[in-house]
Design a protein around this ligand. Structure first.
Ligand SMILES: [Zn+2]
Length: 303
């Protein structure tokens, strides 16, 4: 039985209510209460619990038809410790450098720069050093990282806001590049976000989106143990379904590439062992980094 406190959703891309069940955890989130789910949300319990994912019969997006409401999400994110990073920073920086290099080869690097959820500003720092944007519009709901973010923007003209849904401070048709790294698949209404950003892009402007790829080999190998199946993702995309979403938000052209993620080898081996149910604990492993096209993708949407 589903507790009535959770939200019942139609497909967030096309609003269809026709869908087939596809992925569930042994203990399903929709069978627990909000209070029972809190420790799972903050990663206190190792056991995997997520809201079951269905595949929309009309547009093919994978989404959770039962999920937290906006109010519940606000509470949960507010309680979350900032910067829960599993991957060490050098690998994270190399991964973000890869996102920037792909984007810089496609997007106009002038006009405004807009980012939703920039965290401490990994990509902002690269953009300030290597491009000539006239203003940085940074929408970051986690106030704990605003100091670090301001440092990343340095002397470049910038505005940092706690807001994510109201972009009205940004002039319409002024932005050359908009960026969302691991944000879109956390949103209850991803299409509305894409539409809000679209009106801010200048002619020729580009929106760069990084998401997990649910059609990846890693997902097939790991099945329901695939890490992006979790309480934080109300929907997950494949190259096909994200193209559908972007086109429905009225962008003119869209391309999708698999992205390279850099992992320390010891981290990879521990993850692989965990996948088959072995916990390597404190056993020492080599520290070198490895670039892999794993479970992520970069989407470039043109107005
Ligand atoms: Zn749909």
């Amino acid at each position: 039985m589903t507790p009535i406190s959770f939200l019942s959703r139609a497909c967030p891309v096309c609003a269809s209510t026709s869908a087939r069940a596809e992925a569930s955890s042994d203990q399903r989130a929709e069978d627990l209460s909000l209070d029972q789910l809190r420790p799972y949300w903050s990663g206190l319990f190792k056991k995997k619990v997520f809201f079951s994912y269905d595949r929309c019969a009309a547009c093919g997006v994978l989404f959770a038809p039962t999920y937290f409401s906006d109010e519940q999400l606000e509470q949960l994110y507010a309680d979350m410790a900032p910067n829960m990073e599993v991957v060490p920073t050098a690998s994270l920086e190399a991964t973000q450098r890869g996102y920037w290099d792909v984007t810089a080869g496609t997007a106009p690097l002038d006009g405004g720069y807009l980012e939703i959820g920039p965290d401490v500003g990994y990509i902002v720092r690269l953009a300030v050093a290597e491009a000539r944007f006239d203003h940085y519009w940074l929408f970051e709901p986690n106030g704990a990282v605003h100091g670090a973010l301001a440092q990343a923007a340095g002397n470049a003209p910038h505005d940092i806001s706690l807001e994510m849904n109201d972009l009205s401070i940004v002039p319409d048709r002024s932005v050359g590049l908009a960026v969302m790294v691991h944000v879109l698949d956390h949103l209850l209404d991803p299409r509305a976000m894409l539409e809000r950003i679209r009106v801010k892009l200048k002619p020729g402007g580009v929106l760069m989106i990084v998401t997990h790829n649910e059609a990846s080999l890693l997902r097939k190998l790991m099945a329901s143990r695939w890490p992006p199946f979790c309480l934080q993702h109300p929907e997950l995309y494949s190259p096909a379904s994200i193209k559908t979403l972007v086109r429905r938000a009225a962008y003119q052209k869209v391309e999708v590439q698999r992205s390279v993620n850099y992992f320390p080898i010891d981290f990879m081996v521990r993850q692989a062992a965990y996948t088959v149910g072995i916990d390597l604990g404190k056993i020492p492993l080599p520290k070198a980094a490895l670039g892999l096209k794993l479970g992520n993708m970069i989407t470039l949407a043109h107005v």
